[in-house]
Design a protein. Structure first.
Length: 270
């Protein structure tokens, strides 16, 4: 992993917050209905952000790569950032409603150039951004750019494990995360005790049982086709993760499977 200090580079995009509904009755509107008042907008504080994850829903003053999003996770004094390619993390504070990240560490996955450029742009945008919070909506504004984010529990609730096609988007080896070879797909589908596996080159299925935050896999029977070295490396990671018992966690539409020093990051797909 590499470390860097977030600097004052300019990001040509901004997040503007769309206020979410709060609770409480209000006088009838012109059509006779009642609508809850919009929550008050106030400078964000670390306490108000703690334990929450926000995902971008709009940007003014710039744009994000099509199909991508910015995700910010606040956990105690730690800030986690995903901007389309790599994951960044480090300490942060909010002073007078201004976001102040410290030294950030980042994974070094290789992605398409627009996504890698977006990583750098978001890293430059965050330090010194004015942060306001209105209910479930977080707004960051800086240098004419406004980025609007909504709490993922509202915008993107956690998926269930079963009945979803989980596609591998990253491979964990110790503290390192690597990308999946271009044009190659590996996926898992959990359904009623049977997991269907597409490992990049071969395919098959096997049994599984869930206990708490753990999945115990039975024998996974697959075809035995040989493919190129990079695809076989992906297949090895999939097979290693699905041996014995793995821990799992689901955050919105992301599934993380970890088995010792090996793991998979998967996204929910149609």
């Amino acid at each position: 992993m590499r470390s860097f200090r977030l600097s004052g580079l300019l990001l040509g995009a901004g997040l503007v917050i769309a206020a979410c509904a709060g609770a409480g009755p209000v006088p009838p509107s012109g059509d006779g209905s009642t609508r809850p008042p919009a929550p008050a907008v106030a400078p964000a504080t670390a306490n108000a952000l703690d334990g929450r994850t926000f995902v971008s829903t709009a940007m003014t003053g710039g744009s994000l790569v099509e199909g991508s999003a910015v995700t910010l996770t606040f956990d105690g004094t730690r800030l986690g950032v995903r901007a389309g390619c790599n994951q960044m993390s480090g300490d942060y504070e909010v002073v007078g409603g201004v976001l102040k990240p410290g030294m950030m560490a980042t994974t070094e996955m290789a992605c398409d150039q627009p996504l890698m450029a977006q990583d750098s742009a978001v890293a430059a945008f965050l330090p010194g951004a004015a942060a306001t919070l209105a209910g479930n909506t977080l707004t960051l504004a800086k240098d004419g750019v406004t980025l609007t984010l909504v709490d993922t529990e509202v915008a993107n609730p956690d998926r269930g494990l079963e009945g979803i096609r989980w596609v591998v988007t990253g491979i964990q080896s110790g503290d390192a995360v690597s990308s999946v070879p271009g044009g190659v797909t590996a996926s898992l589908v959990f359904d009623g005790g049977t997991v269907t596996v597409e490992s990049g080159c071969n395919g098959g299925s096997g049994s599984y049982a869930v206990t708490g935050g753990r999945i115990t896999f039975g024998v996974i029977a697959t075809t035995l086709i040989l493919c190129s070295d990079d695809i076989m490396a992906l297949e090895t990671a999939v097979r290693s993760t699905l041996q014995g018992t793995a821990t799992y966690a689901i955050d919105a539409d992301t599934l993380t499977l970890t088995n010792g020093s090996t793991g998979l990051i998967l996204g929910a797909r149609p």
